[in-house]
Design a protein. Sequence first.
Length: 90
Amino acid sequence: MSKLTYVAALSLPGQIYFRIKDQNPVAEITMEKKRRRRINHTLTLEHRLAQAAKRLRASAHRMPSGPARELRFQKARQMDEAGEMSKFLS
């Protein structure tokens, strides 16, 4: 098995250019660079968690009894607890 050498250099904005050298002729690969999604939240984390818990409870009340309904209630309780932890830590 041959040892590969990777040489990376930025070629264009948002792209990464790789040049791979080994015993064979040079292979060139161009890959798209992942961009991070940036979101500016207008509501606090606690408020967003409370809203999500409220939506889950409302949808759970409309469902018939069963494991899916209990799962929604459990997720709502987890979101309430996460909101309380966030308040405590901040």
